[in-house]
Design a protein around this ligand. Sequence first.
Ligand code: PLP
Length: 407
Amino acid sequence: MNNYDVNKIKEQFPALNRQVWDKPLVYLDSAASMQKPQQVLESINKNYSFNYSNVHRGLHKLSEEATANYEGARLKISNFMNCNPQEIVFTSGATAAINLIAYSWGTKNLMPDDEIIITIAEHHANIVPWQLVAEQRGAKIIAAKVDPDQDFDSKIIKDLITSKTKIIAFPHVSNVLGTTFPVKEICDIAKKNGVISVVDGCQGIIHEKVDVQDLGCDFYCFSGHKLYGPTGIGVLFGKYNLLEEMPPFLGGGDMIDVVKIEKSTYADPPNRFEAGTPPIVQAIALGEAIDWITNIGIDKISVHEKNVISYGTALLDSISGVNVFGKSPNKTGVVSFTMDCAHSHDIATIIDREGIAVRAGHHCAQPLMDYFNLVSTTRASVGAYSTNEDFDKLAEALVKVKKIFGA
Ligand code: PLP
């Protein structure tokens, strides 16, 4: 894109201008957590320094300001996702959001022998909460298979649906393969079968426009730290009619209507699901991150990242002894690979000395690894600030790894 100035974008990230082991940092671990632009860092500083107080219950100026900023962040996020602000629940992250749905919706609605469809490509955060609730309610987990070199065919889900299916939980984008799932098609299948759709959007909303009305999903979750925001803040979008019927997950202050010793009544969503003092400054800073993204344009970021990923995939694939894992035509965000000569932990440790940060291991996706008989992979992942040169440096470093192992 000729008006996408990646160098100007990169300059806004203090971490990307530092050195590691006396080498310029090459940050290829954005899928684990995105670096933060100055605008977000300034928001955190400002809101702790000058506008800080607890929200919702104060009658003084600072509390009013903090409340307006916190609720303002909810509004920004709802505009970004095209939903009602009342449908945005702040959580501590995607993991907490999925646990909330599993516990609250699941314990109320799941019956013995009911089925929960997930996929083999799930992050553990979209497996274990369902296992916990399935065990409690006597329900079953059914896992849809994926092909790492192809787009995911929604027919696989369609074929697994039975009269017992209650939930389909799946990733927007796989954090290992980079495969983009056909969210709209799967949600449509879910809707036609009276099944609830839950999208783990952690690796999706960071790379492309998400319009929850257009996608037709019932729930969509993500973590703020992966979207250029701080840690400790996450988002659960839920259709209001579903949230309204759900019991609270955590009890305490702010989520109540009236409390009596005998029994309490609860606030309407989203407050019903935000017990206790929320991550105020983190939510506001996530709103700032959304302003930052919107200012550049998520569509432009998306095109840039896709170009970098296809460059990186082709480059790594051209090195003998490097095996790229995951070549779906609709891949985004990550390039996972193995090397014939070295374990992923050795690769990551060696290239760290070249200033290159990647992730190595099972990526919290053990069932996917087991299914493909892999112990681990090395994963290079990108953000708005990533460049082809980052992959050039990675490729050079991998050639050094080969030399070290005599390959
Ligand atoms: N889902 C996916 C696809 C992820 O990549 C991650 C984090 O790596 C998570 C869920 C969990 O996110 P968090 O640890 O921020 O709750």
